[in-house]
Design a protein around this ligand. Structure first.
Ligand code: SF4
Ligand code: SF4
Ligand code: SF4
Length: 314
């Protein structure tokens, strides 16, 4: 298996280096610290979740890799996307891709399998998201109905959400000099509020994607697995990984073989938040903030190292 491109191949935030924050980065961290210090000491941007919160079930045994979902996502989000027929070009599967600022979802083909297996990637809309915990100005928020939303007007561009995310699915508008944004799948919140399906779900020609209440999706997944044990492995990816996610996957092969990270059941947010609250109970100084961000980074890195170690073992 060729794993997805590691985060280290993506552009590194300019104020982060192995030697610590640069001078420019220090200014940003100071601004971050001021904003954080102004926040309530026990502020949490995690929501009480609705029992009928929504998600999407991906049935990887049905996906044919047509990439119509990529086109529809780009179209719905005003990203460049060309003509639909251009997505028939299979050479795109020659190398694994990650979501970017202009491609909020990508479909990869897993190498080394007897039959082609395709993996759609996008923000997983975690139940307790690490990106939300990493963002001390509240630009990332978990909404009670499922989506993790991003508010560009609050964002100060520190990009620690990108470091914290265990799925490496956030893009950043490096090319936009004055008003760069973090970009990610929104779970098509605007569309679903109006009673429409997410654009990717709507266009999928083989119904590999199902939108609905997360609890119902898990029940549907269990039914499919029970009905066809020859077709599916007995596991729903995202039911528990990283504390649970709104996007859920079922497949015929172990998910780690197919390009999804091996993660524990605990959200990385749990570790970073306990440190965060400890700091704010005392005094929110910029240097302590640096320590917090280091913890977030280390928690996430540890998860990835664990993944690669386990992946190498299996
Ligand atoms: S997948 Fe990453 S960006 Fe999306 S909610 Fe989870 S931690 Fe945040
Ligand atoms: S839910 Fe919407 S934003 Fe997310 S991948 Fe699908 S089309 Fe794109
Ligand atoms: S549109 Fe459906 S079948 Fe086509 S790549 Fe996307 S999820 Fe797979």
């Amino acid at each position: 298996m060729t794993p997805p491109a590691p985060q280290s191949e993506q552009p590194v935030p300019p104020h982060v280096s192995s030697n610590g924050p640069s001078r420019r980065g220090f200014m940003k961290l100071s601004a971050l610290a001021v904003a954080a210090a102004a926040a309530p000491a026990t502020a949490s941007h995690h929501a009480e979740l609705d029992p009928d919160r929504k998600g999407v079930l991906v049935d990887m045994t049905l996906c044919v890799g047509c990439r119509r979902c990529e086109w529809a996502c780009a179209d719905a989000n005003d990203n460049p996307h060309g003509e639909l027929h251009e997505y028939d070009d299979a050479s795109v599967f020659d190398r694994p891709r990650r979501p970017t600022a202009t491609q909020l979802t990508v479909v990869n083909r897993t190498p080394g399998q007897p039959e082609p297996i395709h993996l759609k990637l996008q923000c997983m809309h975690c139940e307790k998201p690490a990106c939300v915990s990493a963002c001390l100005v509240g630009a990332m928020r978990k909404q009670p109905d499922g989506p993790v939303t991003y508010d560009a007007s609050r964002c100060i561009g520190c990009r620690y959400c990108m470091v914290a995310c265990p799925f490496e699915v956030l893009g950043y508008e490096y090319e936009r000099a004055l008003t760069p944004r973090v970009r990610k799948c929104s779970l098509c919140r605007e569309r679903t509020r109006d009673g429409e399906l997410p654009a990717c779900v709507k266009i999928c020609p083989v119904e590999a994607l199902t939108y609905g209440p997360r609890a119902q999706l898990i029940a549907t997944a269990r039914e499919r697995i029970a009905a066809r044990p020859d077709r599916y492995i007995d596991r729903i990816y995202g039911e528990h990984e990283a504390g649970g996610t709104s996007w859920l996957y079922i497949a015929g092969r172990p998910f780690e073989e197919l390009g999804l990270p091996r993660l524990g059941t605990r959200s990385p947010a749990d570790s970073s938040e306990s440190v965060q609250h400890g700091i704010f109970r005392g005094f929110a100084a910029p240097l302590l903030l640096g320590g917090l961000l280091g913890v977030i980074h280390n928690v996430t890195r540890h998860e990835h190292e664990h993944t690669h170690e386990k992946g190498a073992d299996s």
